[in-house]
Design a protein around this ligand. Structure first.
Ligand code: MG
Length: 161
């Protein structure tokens, strides 16, 4: 198949802490994501999108959240392994579009850095990566600041450039 598409979504509960990891970038604030790994919902959503596109299951199958080796683990490891499988299957990323739902803090000052780091981890140009930041409008679990959520859609192209 010349093209494959994949989607991913992830959610982590928030609690008082020293910062939220998003796209491999620490967002300084008084919150942290509750997780077995480093709780990077954006990298988890991107990992699932990549795995989904090649029909390779999900992040929980690859990296069980009860495995000691995954405790506090850098989520970039998950993305790298998914990318390795994508490349092994003969595909490369066409583009990656993402959304982060977070009430606070505002992500605007961090968007460029997150986008650039996502592109670096995916080994593609930042022009092929997009990040949209949304709030929960003060309602629901996002709006009340109880959780951070991320969504990702990736298009894979078969073969070289
Ligand atoms: Mg997760």
């Amino acid at each position: 198949m010349p093209q494959r598409i994949g989607m991913g979504t992830d959610l982590h509960r928030l609690e008082p802490g020293e910062g939220i990891m998003l796209g491999g970038v620490r967002i300084p604030c008084g919150l942290r994501a509750v997780a077995h790994s480093d709780g990077d919902a954006l990298l988890h959503a991107c990992t699932d999108a990549l795995l989904g596109a090649i029909g390779a299951g999900d992040i929980g199958e690859l990296f069980p959240d009860n495995a000691p080796e995954n405790r506090g683990r850098n989520s970039a490891d998950f993305l790298c392994e998914a990318l390795r499988r994508v490349q092994q299957a003969g595909y490369r990323i066409g583009n990656l579009d993402t959304i982060v739902n977070l009430q606070s803090p505002k992500l605007a000052p961090h968007k460029a850095k997150i986008r650039e780091n996502l592109a670096r981890l995916c080994r593609i140009s930042p022009t092929r990566v997009n990040l949209k930041a949304k709030t929960g409008e003060g309602i629901g679990i996002i709006g009340r600041g109880e959780a951070v959520e991320a969504q990702a859609v990736v298009l894979l192209l078969h073969g070289g450039e």
